[in-house]
Design a protein around this ligand. Structure first.
Ligand SMILES: Nc1nc2c(ncn2[C@@H]2O[C@H](COP(=O)(O)OP(=O)(O)O)[C@@H](O)[C@H]2O)c(=O)[nH]1
Ligand SMILES: [Mg+2]
Length: 357
């Protein structure tokens, strides 16, 4: 299919044209999710740029140095229109995937939080409250197509693989569709390594882009074509799911809500358990430290005692030595005196002997 044909297919997409009719679906929401800074907003800019084929603008407020907008970092769920039936949604990205964050991701992905409003992150059951408060503001007629955005600049370290895999699989359980993965920064990282990591996690549909940005928006056929192919893939899949399955958008929305509420509940339990374990570990560490301190004190005490005993022994030895040398000196003196006395005695005797002669 050439670019014009692709454009035609995308432009004419409508759930109304599905074989069984729209089954209650109106728009296809291409829901972008992923970590902050991986290029979600830039990818939206890229899609709009290609679709409108006019001047480049920072429509999605990507974090661009020369953008002059609010300095990037999307804080809201903003829908961007491609056609009246296809929307791209820039969800609020997370600084990292952790216990709290993933609940937020799924609430956004499940279309349970309103579009066009700030997404305030809350801890604990605050998220459930927000979901309940949003009930009247979200549309069950939105079909959700999950798209995970990841920059190939970030090679996924082994310790992050499981967490990410679990996020992608939960996204599948929540939406009924395996997320399409969009890799960004294609020319600035290790595409092959990152791509194979996602394949290892069971992801089949992967698109790689060098996004159009403020610095680089020189139109290339390769980039234009790849974006159109991506959009076509999303709508083909959405169409397939509405044509080949019996759907009930109202029930599906309800199930998604249930799913996320359960997820948050499980997550809370898990986090409570983890926090309890952390507390126990801390207490254990404190006890061990105290024990070690006591052992060291005992050891020091023992050393002090041994040293004192050795010093006393040394002193005693020195005294004995002094005593011994004193006695030796006395003895020597006596011997000397004796010898001198003997010498005198001998002289007298010799005298006598002389007289006799
Ligand atoms: N070279 C290059 N830069 C990109 C690409 N995608 C995003 N960026 C840059 O990466 C930064 C973060 O992108 P942004 O779209 O704001 O990320 P978000 O937080 O996921 O919305 C910005 O400075 C973008 O200009 C890409 O594919 N190639
Ligand atoms: Mg953004």
């Amino acid at each position: 299919m050439d670019m014009d044909e692709l454009k035609h297919v995308i432009n004419n997409f409508s759930f109304d044209r599905c074989k069984k009719g729209n089954q209650g679906f109106n728009r296809c929401l291409i829901q972008l999710f992923g970590l902050a800074g991986h290029g979600k907003s830039s990818f939206i800019n890229t899609c709009i740029y290609v679709w409108q084929d006019g001047e480049y603008q920072n429509w999605a407020k990507a974090d661009e140095e020369h953008g002059g907008h609010h300095g990037g970092h999307t804080l809201e769920r903003i829908p961007h229109k491609i056609t009246s039936n296809i929307m791209l949604v820039d969800n609020r990205g997370l600084p990292k995937m952790d216990g709290y964050g993933s609940g937020e991701i799924f609430a956004q992905l499940g279309n349970l939080l309103p579009l066009g409003r700030n997404v305030e992150f809350t801890k604990g059951f605050g998220l459930v409250d927000r979901i309940v408060r949003s009930e009247k503001l979200v549309k069950h007629s939105d079909f959700i197509a999950p798209v995970f955005v990841h920059s190939v600049k970030h090679i996924i370290p082994p310790e992050e693989m499981n967490e990410l895999k679990s996020v992608l699989h939960t996204a599948r359980d929540l939406t009924g569709i395996y997320p399409i993965v969009v890799l960004t920064h294609k020319n600035y990282g290790n595409l092959t390594t990152v791509e194979s990591s996602f394949r290892d996690m069971g992801i089949e549909r992967i698109f790689a882009f060098e996004n159009y940005t403020h610095e680089d928006h020189f139109k290339t056929r390769g980039r234009h074509e790849e974006v159109l192919k991506f959009l076509q893939e999303v709508i083909k899949d959405a169409q397939f799911r509405v044509e080949h399955e019996t759907r009930n958008p109202v029930k599906e929305m309800h199930d998604r809500k249930q799913f996320v509420v359960n997820y948050v509940h499980q997550r809370e339990k898990k986090m409570e358990q983890e926090s309890l374990e952390r507390k126990k570990a801390l207490e254990r560490a404190i006890r061990e430290k105290e024990l070690k301190r006591q052992e060291e004190e005992l050891e020091r005490e023992g050393r002090r005692r041994r040293e004192a005993e050795e010093a006393a022994l040394r002193k005693r030895r020195e005294e004995l030595e002094r005593q011994r040398s004193f006695e030796q000196a006395q003895y020597n003196e006596e011997i000397l005196a004796q010898q001198q006395a003997n010498k005198k005695g001998n002289k007298k005797f010799l005298g006598l002997f002389g007289k006799k002669k």
